[in-house]
Ligand binder design. Structure first.
Ligand code: UDP
Ligand code: MG
Length: 313
């Protein structure tokens, strides 16, 4: 029997957790070749999530939970789950049943076949706002054009992986984490599973546009330093342009025509000011990240858990 850890990040999921637990348990009964442990990570929920997890743990020895002292975000929750897991195989799935547990069987079969990772890939965006889909598509197009790693736009966090893949992800120690980018970075033989976006079984989404925007920025700035080089290219371009411009003015002047300078000056001032501000902004983004990493703060703080002490951090 192989050991399998299921990592489940939960933030205010009391409405859906009982249904999730039942569904996953039923699915696991159809997979007799695996000894499964459920690792729930309560990401500082304000509702009854932790209480429910404790109830599950009380009647089911295969349930582990870890509760954060506040909301640290899904990335931190997934990291905590990965650190706590010791199984030969590791799976990550959402608590809201959007990641259908029924897919676990085929995913595990792919691993038995020799794949290192089995990952779900969205086939449609039903149940998601039009604007959110459009923005998300635009983000992945832009990110892939300029990043060193290719992220599949449909890739989801729903995955089953071998121990070595989990360890590879854990070896990336950055603080601003972007798991999809990290999976692309570590590589490994991956089988993709088309997976339609089921509606949330209960409860509400935990994302808002502000959170998503900052997540997208992490995805871009963490995987390329092209924005840092933009000012250099832009600066060179501007230099060439201004020399050309000066030449044109000189020629016109030599032909005996007087050109009003005010419009040209206004344009130049606005253009340069914009460019300089942009440059400073880009530096600021990277600086903030360097600063964030250099503070070396923990990704999360655990307030309680039924895991052994050494697996809580
Ligand atoms: N989640 C979390 N911390 C957060 C936000 C979300 O652990 O700060 C969990 C949430 O409980 C769920 C998963 O991450 O299990 C996906 O969140 P959600 O369903 O809200 O995102 P969506 O599916 O709408 O993208
Ligand atoms: Mg969801």
């Amino acid at each position: 029997m192989k050991t399998l850890d299921l990592i489940v990040p939960c933030y205010n999921e009391e409405a859906v957790l009982p249904q999730f637990y039942e569904t996953v348990k039923r699915t696991l009964q159809t997979l007799p070749g695996y000894r499964a442990t459920l690792i729930f990570v309560d990401d500082g929920s304000a509702d009854g999530t932790l209480g429910l997890l404790k109830q599950f743990a009380l009647r089911d020895s295969a349930v582990r939970y870890l509760s954060f002292s506040r909301n640290f975000g899904k990335e931190a929750a997934m990291l905590a789950g990965l650190r706590a897991s010791k199984g030969e195989l590791v799976a990550i799935l959402d608590a809201d049943l959007q990641h259908r547990p029924a897919l676990l069987g085929p995913m595990l079969a792919a691993i038995e076949e020799g794949y290192d990772v089995a990952a779900a890939k969205r086939t449609d965006r039903a149940g998601e706002g039009k604007l959110k889909s459009k923005l998300s598509d635009a983000f992945y197009r832009a990110a892939n054009r300029i990043s060193e790693v290719e992220i599949d736009p449909g890739a989801q966090d729903f995955r089953v992986m071998k121990r070595k893949v989990a360890d590879a992800i854990l070896s990336l120690s950055e603080h601003r984490r972007f798991t999809k980018g990290m999976f692309a970075f570590v590589g490994f033989k991956t089988k993709w599973f088309p997976h339609e976006n089921a509606a949330r079984a209960a409860g509400d989404t935990k994302w808002n546009y502000k959170k998503l925007l900052s997540y997208a920025a992490d995805g871009i700035f963490a995987y390329t330093d092209l924005p840092l080089k933009l000012p250099l290219y832009g600066g060179l371009g501007l230099l060439a342009l201004s020399v050309l411009f000066a030449l044109v003015l000189l020629i016109i002047r030599l032909c005996g025509v007087l050109v009003p300078g005010s419009l040209g000056v206004l344009f130049a001032v606005l253009f340069l000011a914009g460019w300089i501000l942009l440059t400073i902004g880009v530096f600021g983004e990277y600086l903030a990240r360097v600063y964030g990493e250099s503070k070396n703060r923990p990704h999360y703080i655990v307030s309680e858990s039924n895991l052994p002490e050494e697996r809580r951090f």
